[in-house]
Ligand binder design. Sequence first.
Ligand SMILES: Cc1cc2nc3c(=O)[nH]c(=O)nc-3n(C[C@H](O)[C@H](O)[C@H](O)COP(=O)(O)OP(=O)(O)OC[C@H]3O[C@@H](n4cnc5c(N)ncnc54)[C@H](O)[C@@H]3O)c2cc1C
Length: 357
Amino acid sequence: MALPAYECPMVVVGAGPAGLCAALEAAEAGIRALVMDENERGGGQLYKQIHRFFGSRHHGAGKRGFEIAAEMVEGCERAGVEIRLSSAVLGCFPGGELLVDGPEGVYLLRPQATVLATGAAERCFPFAGWTLPGVMGAGAAQTLLNVHGVLPGKRVLMVGAGNVGLIVAYQLLQAGAEVAGVVEAERGSRGYEVHLQRVRREGVPVYFRHRLLAAEGDEGVEAALVESVDEGRVRRFRVDALCLAVGLVPQAELAAMRGCRIAYADELGGFLPWHDREMRTSVPGVYVAGDAAGVEEASVAMDEGRLAAVAAAEDLGALDGARAAAKRKELLARLEGLRGGPTASHIRRARARLNAG
Ligand SMILES: Cc1cc2nc3c(=O)[nH]c(=O)nc-3n(C[C@H](O)[C@H](O)[C@H](O)COP(=O)(O)OP(=O)(O)OC[C@H]3O[C@@H](n4cnc5c(N)ncnc54)[C@H](O)[C@@H]3O)c2cc1C
């Protein structure tokens, strides 16, 4: 039996900041984009962020993530953008069709332009005991806490002292869990100092130059073994949950399935769809934005979403070259500003390599 199939000008996969901003920009150019997201709520990562965001005021700095998400969803509603939630895009075929599994059933979409804004997945690594209940990504712990109101454990060890590890460790404390420590293999944190100090002020020890060896337990996590990298001393932490915050990986599967060229940039999370500065992939009519195009921040994701929509609108003939160039100039300047600081030098290097070919 043939599946129902629908033609549409533009489909955006992912209702995070990148996807929602792409849809808003497309609407400004007169294109009705259809946004698909497998979650029950729009906003991507943002709707589970309860801390105040850093960055520029233009990107919602000072507001809490879920407030920024709500504003963007409302903006889309006002602009007449349709967001289909609980709708997973299962496939992106070489001919351009998207296979969707949503509340209406399974169907195909045939868009003229596709923006892939699928975000990133949590990185994991294998260690003894890694399949025990209680071992989870820090993002999963955050979803349990902030979306479902469930404490992932009473006493938790966090592995990874980047922003995600530090923020989630603090949110665990706020929710009433005990955090036995934050373990980090490097000499220092890659996260913001303010997040590190906040966790330390609560009395949580941060162990730099320490690495996780194993999780122990019968039915679930009962302890974690951690080794000092320099001295080889092993310490046992009695915990009932172990959270991994060891990086994010761009979700590039749909792009790969579609036949987009895949590039590698360690600094941006690993394998990602190759794209030019204007967010066009190697396949005409397919664009990428946000963490799916290299893991950075929500503010970057927003402007990349807009850039992708400008390219799509220009290619569809909805924006003339001069207007597209003016919008692009403004967005690229903003992105340059966001990536301008000394802590973003690795991002600038990776982006330069990517753009060179
Ligand atoms: C703990 C934590 C704290 C952070 N704090 C900050 C901060 O202070 N400032 C900041 O700028 N950034 C912060 N970030 C980063 C920021 O959240 C991300 O960079 C940003 O959300 C990326 O946006 P995105 O739209 O690319 O992806 P996401 O927000 O991840 O959205 C992608 C969406 O795509 C959907 N999706 C994926 N695949 C499919 C599919 N096949 N079908 C349908 N839907 C799909 C997902 O369900 C998701 O809703 C933080 C991240 C974390 C984890």
